[in-house]
Design a protein around this ligand. Structure first.
Ligand SMILES: [Zn+2]
Length: 323
């Protein structure tokens, strides 16, 4: 089984670059395809050219999850090539309906934060500035006409590069995320589930329960368990280089998450009750959107394990330890 070919595309939001994985045979296929920018398009065209291909040669685009850096440019490629875009049942709606679905994604994040932070908090102010950038994402993400969208069922898997790949629903980073595993080569297209950097759960709704927040870090821990039990030779992630030490990467990330959740529990035990205070204690130096998403995740984990509970007090959640 030939290795997936990495085409690294520039990325505007957070990660600096994103990977598009190219398969040459039996038909030129991309797994993920970057944001809709000129820079991204040029990098893709250049990457394809070094394999004797043009953008118009692409026949299929398979999407791992409904995030701008993984599918924003899909329709531009479709317009040039007539390619079909394949998405799992968890992500499919986003292909055609990204513009209609976007406000609900933003509203869920706002609601999640409003329940945790005072409106006058400097963190909220920082986030309001950030949310402008968030809505800007839509200008790098074009909807795809339905005649170019093919939904596959995860249970069926997909054919990529002439081989059958199992499709593994792996929520955590995104509630729409699917990874692909090829059993003979033991290759895993790991999307943003297994990255060789800190995990990044995103605040998102359950794909089948509108408006209900999926517990990102909790589902990510389950996905880690799924992959920990598998025999993976190489992970081809959504960002940065492929890696072989998959077990080590998972164990390192899981133990770091456990350690940080325990630390958060200690702060709650010693009397810190609100999200804003805990956030500053856990992230004294680095205040950011990913930090907030991780904090929400640590609190979810502690709640799941029955170690803490949360009550609403004047519209803001207050946490207390149960052990
Ligand atoms: Zn990504």
């Amino acid at each position: 089984m030939p290795e997936p070919i990495r085409i690294e595309l520039p990325e505007i939001f957070n990660m600096k670059t994103v990977n598009s994985w190219l398969f040459l045979d039996p038909e030129p296929t991309l797994v993920d395809c970057g944001e809709l920018t000129e820079a991204s398009y040029n990098a893709l065209a250049q990457g394809l050219a070094s394999h004797g291909l043009k953008v118009s040669d692409i026949k299929r685009i398979i999407i791992t999850h409904a995030h701008v850096d993984h599918m924003g440019m899909a329709n531009r490629i479709v317009r040039e090539s007539g390619a079909m875009v394949w998405l799992s049942e968890y992500a499919a709606e986003w292909a055609e309906h990204v513009i209609e679905k976007w406000p609900a994604r933003t509203a869920l994040i706002e609601k999640t934060l409003r329940r945790r932070l005072q409106p006058e908090s400097p963190i909220v102010q920082m986030l309001l500035a950030g949310s402008a950038a968030f809505s800007e994402m839509l200008s790098y993400w074009e909807p795809i006409p339905p005649e170019h969208v093919q939904t596959f069922q995860s249970a069926d898997g997909v054919e990529i590069g002439g081989e059958h790949w199992d499709a593994i629903y792996a929520p955590g980073h995104s509630s729409t995320q699917t990874c692909f595993y090829q059993p003979e080569s033991r290759y895993l297209l790991s999307a943003d589930m297994l990255l060789n950097i800190a995990p990044t759960p995103v605040i998102e709704a359950d794909p089948f329960q509108a408006g209900v927040r999926m517990r990102g870090l909790s589902t990510m821990m389950q996905s880690y368990e799924t992959f920990r039990a598998m025999d993976i030779a190489t992970a081809y992630p959504g960002h940065y280089l492929p890696f072989q030490n998959v077990t080590e990467v998972i164990d390192r990330q899981v133990s770091r998450i456990r350690q940080r959740a325990a630390q958060c529990h200690d702060f709650i035990r010693s009397g810190s009750a609100d999200f804003g205070t805990l956030l500053l204690q856990m992230y004294p130096k680095r205040m950011s959107f990913p930090a907030i998403a991780m904090m929400i995740g640590y609190l979810d984990l502690l709640e799941d394990e029955g170690l803490i509970t949360a009550d609403m007090h004047q519209g803001i959640l207050q946490y207390r330890s149960l052990s």
